[in-house]
Design a protein around this ligand. Structure first.
Ligand code: C2E
Ligand code: CA
Ligand code: CA
Length: 767
């Protein structure tokens, strides 16, 4: 029951109780009055009756007293008149009394006259009947008045009981209502007490909140409760703590003028709507949120929200944690997982993802996409010759040019080394892929400024397109086959995949397997190309050149299988076999009539440092017992002269054994001539491309001149490779080149032919 309703009942009950009591009291007073009136009337009638009876008795005995008694009777009659309520009864009594007193007066008169008989007769005739009638009437009236008084007493008694009962009922009702009212009051008191204590708790909570809030190292802001309002994000800040001020850079006043939406970067504000929606749904933790700072920066934050009481009202406290560094690290890690560290381009796995996506998209649409596999033709030379820093700079610039050379939506990825893959999507026709490949090659043609010089770089691109059939990985494999075909065709071009390339690729694979078993089966043979002293023309030594006597294909030239051996890791086995075969041959010559013939062995530049070359050289020398001074190792310039000191230490170690070192293909590796100073090298072999530039004895070949002059000044032996003409020979002799090698002197020949062709005394002595 609500208090107002309870109050109304209480007051109504109280009023009824008062009215009832007043009514009952009034009734009792009335009854009492009525009963005492009746009693008084009965008494006065009784007095009249007595007075008349006394008068009747005394008339004959003492007529003198009769007048006195009549006076008494009259007084009693006046009393009756005054007390008797019924006018009719009063009239009857007065009339009968008058008749009786007339009879008495006549009787008294007769007596006074001494006429007792008349008196007696009058008495019998008039006096007695009047008396009897009056007395009877008075007795009746008196009985009626007496019983009336008794009835009044009974009614009063009953009324008293009624009063008591009524009072009891009223008291009980009053008690009930009083108890209810007491309960209601008690409840209200309890409620007030609870409110007071709640207010106290709230106050305490707010105080605690305040102290915890302001100095908390956690940035916190208070806004109204979004659950209580309908607008989205226009929640002004009710309070912000010191940590939030420091974190966001706004002063407190500036902060309190902002809304929750306004600390979101403009592009993120639409997100706030869904966050608030989730918050109303009970979510309290939010990550991946971005907040703007005063100075225009953007923070990555995590948000926790709690309901609280602020200034007596429901509010929301927002805890904001700056996770910018962590988020950045996370993004970096994610980026690293899918991007190439050096160039920032997508890596193989991201490329694979995009390719798969493009492939699946095409299955639902029309047109085609293309994969371009791009390989720089002379990167290894740059990397090895100018150092890794220069190689990295070149790759970076190539990456930049490739990225700008493709359309938005296309992907240029670095797969590793100098190998790039380009995904071209939404192509109208396959010919567009070829045009794009030529476009990219054109972009790379502009010389690159690297390590203080301009480098010209060419690229070979394999192109494969797909209209969505088969697997996405097939397209990559096809582009790879096309790249390989393009390289086999002489590099610096693009090649579009065709079925036969696949055959070539399979052949290449077959060749690799054949070579693996062929090395063990003795299918490799050595040819020897002589070198002669430029001045005397006498044989100065031979270079061992490997051939593969394939059981089905016949003799295969090293250019066709050395790259396969290098890529498949078979090169170490191959070089080891060549090394020991050449040492064995040289030792055989040295211990025969032929005598000492220095042998040069080619060593692959790949993994020069990590392939355990010294051990293999030592093993070969030990196996064959060859004098180390009869062995020379030819390493390419780009492998021998890199920036790092490891190759140098390795070559020095080999030289310490007594084995000579020659720099092969000298001039093609961008190496700085001056760096050769003090380098552990005995011989420079001028690459045949430079020798070929000698076209006349009288027209200078300045690079060749410089190489010879510089090499000689360093005390090195200079060997010219690929000498084919007499002009070249004469030119080189004139420039004091040490030794000559080339078809002019001899093609590569077998060991037996060496013996036949260079009999003693043409043999040289070991220096
Ligand atoms: P290279 O070390 O520069 O060897 C010289 C190449 O030039 C040889 O080709 C030789 O036949 C050829 N040549 C010699 N004189 C002339 C000439 O006057 N004109 C022309 N046009 N060419 C001439 P080959 O034997 O086919 O060897 C090719 C390359 O294969 C070699 O170049 C060398 O880099 C590599 N190679 C050969 N044998 C081995 C080997 O046993 N191990 C390793 N790792 N590589 C080898
Ligand atoms: Ca060589
Ligand atoms: Ca060479």
């Amino acid at each position: 029951m609500r208090p107002s309703s309870r109050d109304r009942h209480f007051w109504l009950t109280s009023a009824a109780a008062v009215l009832l009591t007043l009514g009952v009291v009034a009734a009792i007073v009335g009854l009492h009055e009525w009963s005492s009136q009746s009693e008084r009337a009965a008494q006065s009638i009784g007095s009249l009756r007595t007075a008349i009876a006394v008068e009747q008795e005394g008339i004959l005995d003492s007529p003198r007293l009769t007048a006195t008694r009549q006076a008494q009777a009259n007084q009693a009659l006046v009393l009756v008149q005054a007390t008797e309520t019924s006018t009719a009864t009063r009239g009857v009594i007065a009339g009968m009394t008058a008749i009786y007193q007339l009879a008495v007066s006549d009787e008294v008169y007769a007596l006074r006259r001494g006429d007792v008989l008349s008196a007696d007769t009058l008495n019998v005739a008039l006096g007695d009947p009047a008396f009897t009638a009056l007395d009877g009437k008075l007795a009746t009236v008196s009985g009626a008045e007496t019983s009336s008084a008794a009835r009044g007493v009974t009614i009063a008694f009953v009324a008293s009981i009624g009063i008591v009962t009524g009072s009891g009922v009223v008291t009980v009702l009053f008690g009930v209502f009083a108890r209810r009212r007491r309960a209601a009051i008690a409840a209200q008191i309890a409620l007030s007490a609870a409110l007071v204590s709640e207010a106290r708790v709230t106050l305490t909570r707010e105080e605690t909140f305040r102290s915890l809030f302001d100095e908390n190292p956690q940035a916190m802001m208070v806004t109204r409760l979004p659950a209580l309002i309908t607008e989205d994000g226009n929640l002004t800040f009710l309070a912000v703590n010191n940590a939030a001020i420091a974190m966001y850079g706004h002063s407190r006043a500036e902060f309190l003028a902002l809304t929750l939406a306004e600390i979101r970067p403009a592009e993120d504000r639409a997100l706030l709507r869904s966050n608030l929606h989730a918050m109303r749904g009970g979510r309290t933790h939010f990550d991946g949120i971005r907040h703007a700072t005063k100075n225009g920066g953007v923070l990555d934050v995590e948000i926790d929200t709690r309901e609280t009481i602020f200034q007596g009202e429901s509010a929301m406290v927002i805890c904001s944690t700056d996770v910018t560094d962590r988020a950045r690290l996370q993004r970096e890690l994610e980026h690293q997982a899918f991007h190439d560290a050096l160039t920032g381009l997508p890596n193989r796995s991201l490329f694979g993802d995009r390719l798969e996506h493009a492939h699946q998209r095409l299955a639902r649409g029309t047109g085609c996409y293309a994969v371009l596999m791009l390989d720089l033709d002379n990167f290894k030379t740059v990397n090895d010759g100018l150092g890794h820093a220069a190689g990295d700079a070149l790759l970076l610039e190539v990456s930049r040019r490739l990225s700008t050379g493709i359309r938005a939506g296309d992907t240029a990825a670095r797969l590793g080394g100098d190998e790039f893959a380009i995904l071209l999507e939404d192509l109208a026709d396959p010919a567009a892929a070829s045009r794009a490949a030529e476009g990219l090659r054109e972009i790379l043609r502009t010389p690159f400024a690297v390590a203080g010089r301009f480098l010209t770089v060419s690229a070979t691109i394999g192109v494969a397109t797909s209209s969505g059939g088969g697997a996405a990985t097939d397209v990559v494999r096809n582009a790879d086959a096309a790249l390989y075909a393009g390289k086999a065709d002489g590099k610096d071009r693009h090649a579009v995949y065709s079925e036969d390339m696949h055959v070539t690729a399979i052949e290449r694979l077959t060749l690799e397997q054949d070579l693996r078993s062929g090395i063990g089966r003795g299918e490799l043979v050595l040819m020897y190309q002589p070198k002669v002293d430029a001045r005397t023309g006498q044989m100065a030594g031979v270079e061992a050149l490997v051939r593969w006597n394939h059981p089905l294909r016949g003799v295969i030239a090293p250019d066709q299988f050395i790259p396969i051996a290098e890529q498949s890791g078979l090169i170490n086995d191959l070089d080891t076999w060549v090394l020991s075969a050449a040492c064995r041959q040289a030792q055989a010559w040295a211990t025969s009539a032929v005598g000492a013939v220095p042998v040069a062995v080619n060593v692959s530049g790949r993994n020069l440092v990590s392939c355990g070359l010294i051990d293999r050289v030592l093993a070969a020398l030990k196996q064959t017992g060859l004098d180390p001074r009869l062995l020379e190792l030819e390493v390419t310039e780009s492998a021998a002269v890199p920036q790092q000191g490891e190759a140098r230490d390795l070559l020095q170690g080999i030289r310490d054994l007594g084995v000579r070192i020659a720099i092969d293909d000298f001039g093609t590796g961008y190496s700085v001539l001056s760096r050769l100073q003090g380098f552990p090298v005995d011989t420079l072999k001028i690459d045949l491309s430079f020798v070929r530039s000698i076209v006349s004895e009288h027209v200078g070949a300045p690079i060749v001149d410089a190489m010879i002059a510089m090499g000689l000044s360093l005390g090195l032996k200079i060997v010219a490779e690929g000498v084919e003409t007499e002009v070249q020979r004469a030119y080189l002799v004139k420039r004091h080149c040490t030794e000559l090698q080339g078809y002019l002197i001899s093609r590569p020949i077998t060991g037996d032919e060496v013996v036949a062709r260079f009999r003693p005394p043409a043999l040289v002595r070991v220096a």
